[in-house]
Design a protein around this ligand. Structure first.
Ligand code: NAP
Ligand code: MG
Length: 525
């Protein structure tokens, strides 16, 4: 039996399945412990105080079988006002805390997340419908994101830099300073890593926060909040608000007491925030948005690797990753073989309750996602040909959850089905005649997040890197054609409609975006 502690066992999105017996044992224990924690009520946390709202609650239900995991508060605009006020009250103290102390506190939060990782991954698996390895990858990434952003502060000595003296009597210093209060709004699909990445960067830079997790994933969000305050981050520096984005989102992002917004989610909501936000002056608005990510397969490719990579990136987390492969452009010479292998591999995936050992593919997040799936499939039937899947899955226990089968279809590139992000397990395939055509079509969407390429030719690979319009790109990656980015290894940057900052999370330029520059010149004699 392994003597490894739960904390020391590390899983990433590309971990091999070699010996996972200890992992599954720890995961089973965490799932058992969770049974006793279901259906509790959780408060908002504003200025360190627990606040309950005298109104109906937000039921946090599992997409796996509809069970109620917990009951969360539906914050009102008044609570948003309170949270923004608390964040403002805390901002001088937190910004004035030496950066190295902030780093120490945040590294402690990363440690707490690692200590609690089986608990967090288990509840996230139920809350999102993620499989075990995906859920653990999300938690591990969260802790690594905190450390990576702390490393950025260390590497730049808190972004304090001596500058050249223009005259002998002056001393010039350049400092990056926090903006103040950030609204931090996260999507459901990586409810730990994305909330943590955005909030950790804002906090380590010295900003205070109002954090809002997606309404589908408040429990995972609460665990991240707890890690911060248990590590010693002051309650006012990080405020935790649950509720509906449609009710409180605009009020939060447009709040005069908010100095900046960091948001990850759909293009639709992101563009809305961007258009509305800056009125009296320009405020930072850091947006990471959706994707419609292509994988290109050339005749010189290892076609089996391409099919495996596309399969993993299309069906991991049921295609509900911003980085998921949702379009394939395959050269006509290898199209038949690629498609046959892709369907064969898709047939082989284990579908079911993803908290169970060995299950790969679970439900989609909610009823709205099932509707989107139905619409994409109907569109494919009308405009093209469905090659595999396309229906709801209702056998046995699956009937209790939001289960649909992975769908592969041939659909014309210029149809809405191939242009819009559906965020459900739907993969469209288009045959192409050349690399020119593949690159042109791959780039011909509003999005530009990730892209994958399979080829055995150096010249083609060089052209792909130079000409593809996307921020995170991969060549010949069998473990995931377009997915699997990790802090410090693959910065995650959306181009075009996929993001606004041009400097993504997981990368070396991220933290600096949460600060503004101040040039300090002082005459010394
Ligand atoms: P979403 O519907 O855009 O929601 C994201 C967050 O915004 C949620 O917390 C939501 O709250 C909130 N919100 C809704 N309306 C708002 C408003 N008017 N003002 C402010 N906030 C508002 O996205 P999702 O369905 O949770 O997540 C999937 C999307 O995120 C996909 O498009 C995916 O590609 C994208 N994504 C991008 C990245 C990236 O790094 N580029 C990573 C992951 C996901 P409620 O939940 O209460 O509605
Ligand atoms: Mg739910």
């Amino acid at each position: 039996m392994s003597t490894m502690s739960p904390k020391d066992m590390k899983i990433t999105y590309t971990s091999s399945q070699a010996d996972l017996s200890a992992f599954h044992r720890f995961f089973d224990e965490a799932l058992d412990a969770l049974e006793g924690e279901l259906d509790r009520e959780y408060p908002l946390y504003i200025g360190g105080e627990a606040i309950t709202v005298d109104a109906p609650k937000l039921a946090d239900t599992s997409p796996i079988d509809g069970r109620v995991l917990g009951r969360f508060q539906l914050a009102t605009k008044g609570h948003v006002d309170q949270a923004v006020a608390a964040a403002n009250a805390a901002k001088k103290g937190w910004a004035g805390t030496p950066w190295s102390e902030r780093v120490t506190l945040l590294r402690r939060a990363a440690d707490l997340i690692r200590e609690r990782k089986f608990h967090i991954a288990a509840l996230m698996a139920w809350e999102v419908g993620k499989n075990r390895l995906e859920a653990m990858g999300d938690v591990e990434e969260s802790a690594d994101l905190i450390d990576y952003y702390c490393d950025s502060m260390d590497a730049h000595s808190g972004y304090i830099q001596e500058m050249k003296a223009l005259t002998p009597i002056e001393h010039n210093l350049d400092v990056l300073r926090p903006y103040g209060v950030f609204a931090c709004i996260a999507p459901f699909n990586f409810p730990a890593a994305l909330l943590t990445g955005m909030s950790a960067a804002a906090l380590v830079a010295g900003n205070t926060l109002v954090m809002k997790p997606a309404q589908d994933t408040p429990w995972t969000g609460l665990e991240i909040y707890k890690a911060y305050v248990d590590a010693g981050v002051p309650g006012g520096a990080v405020n935790f608000v649950t509720g509906k984005g449609s009710v409180i989102g605009d009020h939060l992002t447009l709040h005069p007491g908010v100095d900046g917004v960091v948001f990850t989610g759909s293009k639709e909501v992101g563009m809305r925030i961007f258009h509305q936000m800056s009125t009296r002056w320009i405020k930072p608005c850091l947006l990471e948005l959706g994707g419609k990510n292509p994988t290109i397969v050339m005749p010189s490719a290892d076609v089996e690797a391409a099919a495996e990579g596309a399969m993993r990136s299309a069906w991991g987390l049921q295609n509900q990753k911003c980085s998921a492969t949702s379009r394939v452009y395959v050269h006509k010479d290898v199209a038949a073989e690629f498609t046959r292998l892709l369907i064969e591999k898709t047939k082989a995936i284990a579908i079911g309750n993803p908290v169970r050992e060995g299950v790969y593919f679970g439900p989609v997040i909610n009823a709205a996602a099932v509707k989107k799936y139905d619409a994409a499939v109907a569109g494919a039937r009308e405009l093209g040909t469905v090659l595999y899947g396309g229906g709801r899955l209702t056998e046995g226990d699956l009937a209790k959850g939001n289960y649909v089968s992975p769908c592969i279809a041939k659909v014309p590139h210029d149809s809405w089905v191939m242009q819009e992000e559906h965020f459900v397990p739907f993969l469209g395939i288009v045959e192409v005649d050349s690399l020119d055509e593949a690159l042109t079509l791959a780039n011909d969407v509003e999005y530009g997040l990730t892209a994958g390429f399979f080829s055995g030719e150096e010249a083609e690979i060089a052209r792909f890197f130079d000409e593809i319009e996307a921020g995170t790109v991969y060549v010949n990656k069998r473990t995931g054609a377009t997915t699997g980015a990790w802090p410090g290894s693959q910065p995650f940057t959306g181009w075009k409609g996929s993001g606004g900052s041009g400097k993504g999370g997981c990368g070396p330029y991220y933290v600096a975006q949460f600060m503004r520059e101040q040039s300090r010149t002082r005459i010394v004699r």
